[in-house]
Design a protein around this ligand. Structure first.
Ligand code: CU
Length: 321
């Protein structure tokens, strides 16, 4: 799962730098296009980008709806619907998803809005980083709209989640009868959201069973539904004992980070065999990996996942004499 593992490769500092750069570039790319009016009958359709539980613990990797049928001249608006970051990205003709993977926050084409507001059917178009929160470390794009003048079936991807998250805009001739109304799509999407949530809750239950007196599940997911939590969030041990943190997921990487979040949280830092406070970092934990820490001093030690702390992925180890 290296593709997913490398999805969040930017150190926080780098991310902020990019966010700053993108903030300068963004207005330039946005004002380039003249909005062509698609005609009086043209409609604007809405697609939700991602989904989440109200506490942000469960994150869904899906475009809702995944398939939308519109007519030439219509517009589609994508709306950020989760704290987890996603993109809406149409690849250029001849370009493969491999060429854009893994998602790289240092590449402007990955994180910056690219292309005009009128989809031409063959060039690279990118929304930039879509999220419904402002503290993800990226320039926040809440809404992205494209007008579709040409007929065809146009598939797009989330650059962050690759093949696991794609959608298609089916553009038919102007005047064609629509197979679904927006409210039918919304209804369908709500159903899918509930399924994703239920899957997440089920995985969370499994994680509770797998967690033990010396084991913390450091996130779990099935590729679409992700649990962004440490289970159990608080664990109590004795001085000299160890805790093993296990990433039980299939797609999302995580970290276990004590103390100050390092600029490069992807690299391991500190002495995991004799931890008595201060800075200790697992480095990037891909799905299936684990990180064992031995505590040599009593106290309460807080830690975070450096990738998902803004969604509440934080924990505590209480060490007693
Ligand atoms: Cu995480």
């Amino acid at each position: 799962m290296t593709r997913q593992a490398e999805n969040h490769l930017a150190p926080r500092l780098l991310r902020l730098l990019i966010a700053f750069t993108a903030a300068i570039l963004l207005p330039v790319s946005v004002c380039g296009a003249a909005a062509a009016d698609g005609g009086k009958s043209a409609r604007t359709w809405t697609v939700q980008v991602g989904s989440e539980s109200s506490d942000q613990a469960i994150q869904g990797m899906a475009f809702l709806p995944e398939n939308i049928y519109v007519n030439a001249g219509d517009k589609v608006t994508w709306r950020a619907n989760s704290a987890e970051i996603h993109t809406v990205t149409f690849l250029a003709e001849g370009q493969s998803l491999d060429s854009t993977q893994p998602f790289n926050p240092a590449v402007p084409a990955d994180v910056t809005q690219m292309g005009s507001k009128d989809y031409d059917g063959h060039s690279y178009y990118n929304s930039g980083v879509m999220t419904n929160v402002s503290d993800s470390g990226f320039v926040q794009v809440k809404k992205y709209t494209l007008a579709f003048a040409n007929q065809g079936d146009f598939t797009y991807y989330c650059l962050v989640h690759g093949m696991a998250m794609k959608g298609t805009v089916h553009v038919r001739a102007a005047g064609t009868e629509y197979p679904y109304s927006q409210s039918q799509y919304d209804h369908q999407s709500e159903k899918r959201e509930r399924t994703i949530l239920r899957d997440g809750e089920r995985q969370w239950d499994v994680a509770r069973d797998q967690a033990g007196p010396h084991t913390v599940i450091a996130g779990t997911d099935n590729g679409t539904s992700m649990v962004m939590r440490f289970v159990q969030q608080k664990i109590e041990i004795r001085v000299g004992e160890s805790v093993t943190f296990v990433n039980n997921g299939m797609g999302a990487p995580h970290t276990v980070t004590f103390g100050t979040e390092p600029a490069n949280f992807l690299a391991p830092l500190g002495d995991r065999d004799h931890f008595s406070g201060g800075d200790l970092n697992s480095g990037l934990m891909p799905p299936g990996s684990s990180f064992k820490v031995t505590f040599t001093k009593a106290g309460e030690f807080d830690y975070i996942c450096a990738l998902h702390d803004y969604m509440g992925m934080k924990g505590t180890v209480e060490v007693r004499d």
